[in-house]
Design a protein around this ligand. Structure first.
Ligand SMILES: *[C@@H]1O[C@H](CO)[C@@H](O)[C@H](O)[C@H]1NC(C)=O
Ligand SMILES: *[C@@H]1O[C@H](CO)[C@@H](O)[C@H](O)[C@H]1NC(C)=O
Ligand SMILES: *[C@@H]1O[C@H](CO)[C@@H](O)[C@H](O)[C@H]1NC(C)=O
Ligand SMILES: *[C@@H]1O[C@H](CO)[C@@H](O)[C@H](O)[C@H]1NC(C)=O
Ligand SMILES: *[C@@H]1O[C@H](CO)[C@@H](O)[C@H](O)[C@H]1NC(C)=O
Length: 444
């Protein structure tokens, strides 16, 4: 396939300034309902009992169903369990501290052993820590790492359980969560039901080797309160039943499956079982809320001029401006110059010096490699475009700055389309303005 990626001009916002400007486009979105429209409340409806059936044909007001409404889910309804190791915490704490909000985020970090001197006094920017239970005697084996991680669910739940707990979110010490988006998405699920919400790996072989039915722990998985409670009650039995299993997430999935509950897959959680430069993946995020990223130790820094810790903080700066649009890809065409623009909000902007359809540009450029060598394709759970060094027209080389103007309103309605207009290209600057898609945008 002849895809001139080299002529695709990539601007990462670290090296070039990507201006994020905010204007209210309320007159452009006349049908946009107020944001509280998207905060569903759950209705628990109990049918009237037979004894209260009307005894005559007249409708009686007392036979109306009893309704219990729940308030919208807030960050305070969530608790996080982060499972890490003392050794890795020295450099991984920067990943967790990039999203952890002291005194606002509930939860605990579990370490395999007490922190060494250099980690003390414990940073107030880190989650409070505990040391995991030693399971070696209980399970009569020396390597209990997978079971320690699975048992972390029970350890954190017992310590954070409170009357308002709705969701238990489990992650690794190198999982980066996007809290506002997570809360927004969890508002759409009934926390009083049994939910095991998570994501598969993007690497086919990971799913095959571990399980297609599990939520990968680095991407993070979420248990509703009743499921977490039931799982914790059965945890010791579960650990014994699956003491031969060598993977923590598979142990957790097996115990949950034994209770009759299956995975509810959720887009936006990212395990990142990849190596190298993941900019191709991050530049093609679908229009769903970004919930997590993982394995920042294993991939190159996501901004080429920064180290890993700086890159993480830099990404979070954009997330602070508008988490709802984070990374989401929006594509538009400059008909006069025959250019295609692909913007990954808060991360990168690409210019292709020809008209390319959205149906093609939605596929990530394969800038990355898989976590493990695989015998052959398919490697990924999505289609990719191969990078190309095809020389072509260099007309976009002048552009050094792309200013992106997006609506001030957060993008909470995931099924609303988003396109853009090239407002202008002057000198080394281009300006792009987001709007809803219209029929003329359908042309490639
Ligand atoms: C039927 O129920 C209504 C409402 O409770 C009551 O006012 C009415 O007297 C009842 N009629 C008969 C025939 O029982
Ligand atoms: C968190 O709470 C503690 C105790 O109330 C307080 O000392 C500390 O300053 C708070 N930290 C932040 C970041 O608000
Ligand atoms: C513990 O494991 C060892 C080695 O596998 C075995 O010989 C021993 O009987 C086990 N002990 C118990 C109490 O199961
Ligand atoms: C844009 O592409 C069309 C169709 O290939 C071509 O006819 C036109 O000359 C091109 N315009 C420019 C400015 O290159
Ligand atoms: C690149 O294309 C532009 C218009 O699309 C044209 O004006 C320019 O001459 C072309 N440059 C080269 C090197 O082909």
């Amino acid at each position: 396939m002849d895809i001139p990626t080299r002529l695709c001009k990539t601007l990462l916002i670290s090296s070039v300034v990507l201006y994020l400007a905010f204007i209210s486009l309320s007159n452009r979105y006349p049908n946009c309902p107020p944001s509280h429209f998207f905060s569903p409340t759950f209705l628990k409806v109990s049918a009237p009992s037979p004894s209260s059936s009307p005894s005559n044909t007249t409708r009686r007001s007392t036979s109306k169903p009893a309704v219990t409404a729940y308030s919208p889910t807030l960050l305070s309804h969530l608790a996080f369990g982060i499972i890490g190791s003392e050794e890795a915490w020295h450099h991984r704490r920067s990943y967790i501290e990039s999203w952890w909000r002291p005194n606002a985020t509930h939860g605990l970090l579990f370490l395999d052993q007490p922190p060494s001197e250099s980690l003390l006094p414990w940073s107030p920017d880190s989650p409070p820590y505990r040391v995991s239970r030693d399971l070696r005697t209980f399970l009569n084996k020396s390597d209990v790492t997978p079971q320690r991680i699975a048992n972390g669910i029970a350890e954190v739940f017992r310590q954070v359980e409170h009357a308002n707990l709705r969701w238990l979110v489990m992650g690794d010490d190198d999982s980066i969560f996007f809290l506002e988006n997570l809360v927004e998405v969890l508002k759409g699920y009934d926390h009083t039901k049994y939910y095991y919400i998570g994501a598969r790996s993007e690497f086919v072989l990971s799913n095959f080797l571990f399980s297609f039915s599990q939520g990968f722990g680095g991407a993070g998985f979420v248990l509703s309160y009743p499921l977490a409670k039931a799982l914790v009650k059965d945890m010791d039995n579960c650990l014994m039943r699956y003491s031969h299993v060598v993977a923590a997430d598979q142990t957790t999935m097996s115990c949950i499956a034994d209770m009759g509950i299956n995975l509810t897959p959720l887009e936006g959680l990212h395990q990142i079982d990849l190596r190298g430069d993941i900019s191709g993946l991050l530049s093609s995020h679908p229009k769903v809320p970004l919930l997590s990223l993982h394995h920042f130790d294993m991939v190159e820094p996501i901004f080429p001029t920064m180290d890993r810790a700086q890159s993480t903080r830099h990404l979070m700066k954009a997330a602070k401006a508008d988490q709802s649009r984070m990374l989401q890809q929006t594509i538009c065409h400059d008909r006069r110059r025959n250019w295609s623009f692909s913007i990954a909000w808060g991360y990168s902007a690409h210019i292709y010096e020809r008209i390319m359809p959205r149906s093609l540009l939605q596929y990530p450029i394969e800038t990355f490699q898989a976590w493990l060598p695989a015998p052959g394709p398919p490697f990924y759970m999505f289609n990719t475009r191969l990078p190309s060094t095809d020389p072509w027209n260099q007309s976009a080389d002048l552009v050094h700055k792309i200013r992106v103007i997006s609506p001030a309103k957060r993008r909470l309605e995931k099924y609303r389309s988003e396109c853009c207009d090239i407002i202008g290209v002057a000198g080394n600057k281009a300006e792009v303005k987001f709007r809803e898609c219209m029929p003329q945008d359908l042309m490639a």
